[in-house]
Design a protein around this ligand. Structure first.
Ligand code: TXA
Ligand code: MG
Length: 336
């Protein structure tokens, strides 16, 4: 199968929308990461998304809308808190989970009685959904378990020949997936930290719960191991981690640095020279891909401050890691 790579101009968006209407698959840009989109109201189109991604059927997808009013056709009812959050945060990187309307196919929600919905702010995403005249179900446009794509080149390298259309719109500005918040529970629960900072959400939802382990029961897709690079990644720690480990030469390692310039590594990617967490989020997945492609024996990641978007970055780092590490002169001590 040939994948059409289209410019996101009026004609490209028109063709992509046509493809969605015929139950085809379109990879499209959002402000967070690229999505692998299908007509959310067509079970067979969404089934192809699961197939191509290699995604287990227990992991539900997010439905994308171009207008807040569309939630009336997706959710059973809209509680006042949902209204308020939509008003304040849409369009943008916030996904809300509420009991679903029966028109939403079960495959979209992995059989759950709830559906996750968000209105992205990327103009191309909005135009595509609008032109399709349907809500679009879309997980991130990568193979299951791998890094999310923040550039159309990433989508091409993962899904060329498998997706019908790619709308090529360059880098995603936020760079980390949306925050997922469940309003189906009382008090509401954070299911995944993401592009909308927790501190900001707490101002509106003071009783927001983040305590419980984010696991299969609450949000099936938030597995402890995810985003796995091919090169094993280790989280750098101050203290010597305990357990069985091995030394490795620093030059054979890549360094995913937050703000510092590190010496004597095989390759260094700095997320933000000025220590800006937004910039770090925007560069995160692309930097991870660069290091993963550099034929190194391991990647070492410097911790990021767990505030603002740093919480989401730290969460992705934990899921991407195979173990912990500590500096030991020109070598690194690594523990799986
Ligand atoms: O920024 C984003 O959210 C990107 C762009 C493309 O919109 N999408 C994305 O989708 O990251 P995905 O499929 O990679 O992650 C969706 C997350 C998963 O953790 C899934 O378990 C959770 O949302 N989710 C979806 N529907 C849910 C539901 N009904 N209840 C609980 N969690 C749900
Ligand atoms: Mg994903």
């Amino acid at each position: 199968m040939r994948t059409l790579v289209l410019n996101p101009d009026a004609s490209g968006i028109g063709q992509a929308a046509e493809c969605i209407c015929q139950d085809g698959l379109v990879a499209f840009p959002t402000e967070t990461v690229y999505g692998l989109g299908a007509n959310a109201l067509s079970a067979s189109a969404v089934a192809r998304v699961f197939e191509i991604k290699g995604r287990p059927r227990f992991d539900p997808t997010i439905v994308h809308v171009a207008h807040p009013e569309t939630v009336n056709t997706l959710w059973k009812s809209i509680p006042p808190l949902a209204e308020k959050l939509l008003d304040l945060f849409w369009p943008g990187p916030l996904t809300l989970v509420l009991p679903k309307h029966k028109t939403v196919p079960d495959i979209v929600t992995a059989g759950l009685p709830t559906v996750a919905v968000r209105m992205p702010s990327h103009p191309v995403a909005l135009r595509l959904i609008e032109a399709s005249g349907r809500p679009i179900a879309a997980p991130s446009a990568n193979k299951f378990g791998r890094s999310s794509p923040t550039h159309h080149d990433h989508v091409l390298s993962d899904l060329d020949g498998q997706v019908d259309v790619i709308l090529a719109a360059g880098p995603s500005a936020v760079g980390i997936e949306s925050t997922v918040l469940s309003l189906a529970e009382d008090p509401p629960r954070l299911l995944r930290p993401g592009g909308t900072a927790l501190e900001v959400l707490r101002e509106i939802v003071p009783d927001l719960r983040v305590d419980s382990p984010v696991g299969p029961s609450s949000s099936p897709g938030t597995l402890p191991r995810h985003y796995l690079p091919r090169t094993p990644l280790f989280l750098l720690e101050e203290e010597t981690p305990s357990g069985r480990g091995a030394y490795i030469d620093r030059r054979r390692c890549g360094m995913l640095a937050f703000a510092r310039q590190w010496q004597a590594f095989g390759r260094v990617e700095v997320l933000s020279e000025t220590g800006d967490l937004r910039q770090a989020a925007a560069r995160f997945f692309a930097s991870l891909r660069v290091l993963d492609a550099a034929e190194l024996s391991a990647i070492v990641a410097e911790p990021v401050p767990e505030e603002g978007l740093g919480l989401a970055i730290a969460d992705r780092l934990r899921r991407a890691s195979s173990g912990r590490a500590r500096l030991a002169g020109d070598r690194i001590w690594m523990i799986r």
